[in-house]
Ligand binder design. Structure first.
Ligand code: NAD
Length: 325
């Protein structure tokens, strides 16, 4: 197949391009960022940088001649970014809208959209001892302000392009994805990468006091990027037309996440809780009943295993940065 990965210079996009190349597909990776800022540039793929997919013209060029489109392009980051950049997050609606329009015109066979657990109604996420989120819990709509509304709207647009125009769309609701070769500093990083960075810095400098956002009792599940890519490929090839959770159901508190990374690093740390920092919802987990029923598969890479690989990579970045001074 000829495949477009929109956002191919990003974290998940870089891993997905590698997987598609390994499967023997012809891959075009497109991103807004200049190529020297891409997480992975694969020699076997056609890589196009400085493509602003909020605009119609670049979308027309990006989808030209492709069979499948994966839309992973979005202006996004962890809680620190999305709580403070709501308009920027919502502008990603233009990316999906123009990619849908141009994909339809270019007779694209299948279109994948990367949605998020941030579409879920806040009322289901007020307790750290969460009831895992089922797909139907997205309605009545009360998503994360800004980022979550954009995701929910774009999900529905995918649905109506399929119902009204016959474009085969597939929608995944990713729950917190982590792994090596992705954002680990700078303000857009998510909790696992941030905690790996803080603990690697503690390990390498001997200063073992680390800042933790919130009281640490907030809970989440975290999915290793290999599971994310596997689920994405399975969903694209499937007949599953409704939005589907792709997430781990291994629930941990942020304090447990810190304990796990410190244990992997072989050090103990002292936490300084910052109660004024952005924390997001109180508790969130993925209910995997539907994915198991439809696919007979769910993300299963253990948090400790994925974090060990992530920690090794983040530690190498921190060490290189410390060496540069
Ligand atoms: P990322 O930020 O690493 O990748 C997104 C890429 O999109 C970036 O490289 C960025 O430069 C690119 N992009 C942004 N605006 C663009 C534009 N106008 N034109 C072209 N490219 C543009 O993020 P990621 O973690 O790889 O996430 C990929 C997708 O998965 C996003 O849609 C994100 O919302 C979704 N998602 C991610 C997670 C997660 O935990 N990482 C969770 C839920 C959903």
């Amino acid at each position: 197949m000829r495949v477009l990965v929109a956002g191919g210079g990003g974290f998940i996009g870089g891993h997905l391009v590698r997987r598609l190349l390994d499967e023997g597909h012809s891959v075009r990776a497109v991103d807004l960022k200049p190529m020297d800022e891409w997480w992975q540039v694969h020699p076997g793929a056609e890589s196009l940088d400085r493509f602003d997919l909020r605009r119609l013209g670049p979308c027309e060029a990006a989808v030209d001649g492709v069979d499948h489109v994966y839309n992973l392009a979005a202006d996004m980051g962890g809680m620190g970014f999305i709580e403070n950049n709501k308009a920027a997050c919502m502008l990603s609606v233009m990316i999906n809208t123009h990619l849908l329009e141009t994909s339809l015109a270019a007779n694209v066979q299948r279109f994948f959209y990367a949605s998020s657990a941030c579409v879920y109604a806040a009322e289901h996420q007020t307790d750290p001892n969460v009831t895992a989120l089922r797909e139907q819990d997205a309605y009545p709509a009360q998503p994360e302000d800004g980022y979550g509304w954009e995701k929910l709207f774009s999900e529905r647009m995918c649905r109506h392009f399929r119902e009204d125009f016959g474009l085969e769309t597939r929608v995944a609701r990713y729950h917190n994805v982590y792994g090596p070769i992705g954002t680990w500093k700078g303000g857009r990083e998510k909790a696992p990468a941030a905690i790996c960075r803080k603990i690697a810095t503690a390990e390498l400098t001997g200063d073992t006091v680390i800042d933790v956002w919130g009281d640490g009792h907030q809970t989440r599940s975290f999915m290793f990027v290999d599971d994310c890519v596997e689920g994405t490929r399975r969903l694209l090839d499937s007949d599953i037309i409704e939005p589907l959770n792709i997430g781990s159901s291994e629930l941990v508190s942020i304090n447990q996440l810190v304990d796990l990374v410190a244990d992997i690093a072989g050090i103990s740390v002292t936490r300084r809780h910052d109660l004024s920092a952005p924390q997001g919802v109180r508790g969130r987990n993925s209910d995997n009943t539907l994915i198991l029923e439809k696919m007979g598969w769910e993300p299963s890479i253990k948090l400790r295993d994925g974090l060990t690989r992530t920690y090794d990579w983040v530690r190498a970045q921190v060490r290189a940065e410390l060496a540069r001074g």
